[in-house]
Design a protein around this ligand. Structure first.
Ligand SMILES: NC(=O)c1ccc[n+]([C@@H]2O[C@H](COP(=O)([O-])OP(=O)(O)OC[C@H]3O[C@@H](n4cnc5c(N)ncnc54)[C@H](OP(=O)(O)O)[C@@H]3O)[C@@H](O)[C@H]2O)c1
Length: 176
């Protein structure tokens, strides 16, 4: 589950339901599903778990604070679990995509989105090679750009948040 629009924490509509849904979908389901399937994998001495985090877990993201923090949780959980169970023959991979065309990104222009099939194919090629991946080259470049060109002091400032909103609006489908 993601977010529809970027806005401060208290400005969200139905915030109580949003909080419950997003914590359940993004964190609780990931941890509980792992708890259900991992014992069988340990018994077989092999298994692959791929958890979908997000590029927004690379650092805390203002205006999508809840989403960003649930995705950081998925990333931390996956990496820690990989360390715990790699000696049992199990791979746990954390995938941090940027924007991919899906039901969650219908508000964005298609030209800005990576096709889901191409993204999945590229990300799957990294399984077994790395415990954490952005999944494809263009998303790695976006991750590097975020790290190198948007210093944390700017990212967390009002100007950084305004820039974040401006860039998001730039890539949104224009309302007719
Ligand atoms: N697409 C991106 O750009 C992007 C980027 C970074 C991370 N991700 C992550 O990738 C994962 C998969 O998303 P996707 O992009 O592949 O989109 P998707 O195909 O639309 O899948 C989203 C899924 O979440 C379910 N869902 C949404 N809100 C829910 C709710 N309140 N309660 C129960 N289920 C709910 C949807 O169920 P229904 O089909 O029943 O609606 C759907 O199965 C998500 O965790 C997302 O955060 C996506």
């Amino acid at each position: 589950m993601a977010y529809v629009y970027q806005m401060p924490f208290l400005s969200k509509l139905n915030i109580d339901k949003y909080i419950r849904d997003i914590l359940n979908c993004n964190i609780l389901s990931t941890v509980k599903m792992t708890w259900i399937i991992l014992p069988q994998m340990v018994a077989r001495k092999k298994g692959i778990i791929i958890n979908i985090s997000s590029l927004s877990a690379m650092r805390p993201f203002p205006l999508i604070a809840v989403y960003s923090s649930t995705k950081a949780s998925v990333d931390f959980f996956s990496q820690a679990l990989d360390a715990e169970y790699s000696s049992h023959g199990i791979i746990v991979q954390s995938v941090l995509p940027s924007f991919v065309k899906s039901g969650l990104t219908t508000i964005f222009c298609d030209s800005f989105l990576t096709r889901a099939e191409a993204y999945a194919r590229s990300a799957l090629n990294t399984v077994g090679l790395t415990r954490k991946t952005t999944g494809c080259l263009s998303h790695s470049i976006q991750g590097c750009a975020l790290k190198w060109f948007l210093p944390e002091w700017l990212h967390f400032s009002p100007a950084g948040m305004a820039l974040q909103l401006f860039l998001t609006n730039l890539f949104m489908k224009k309302q007719k």
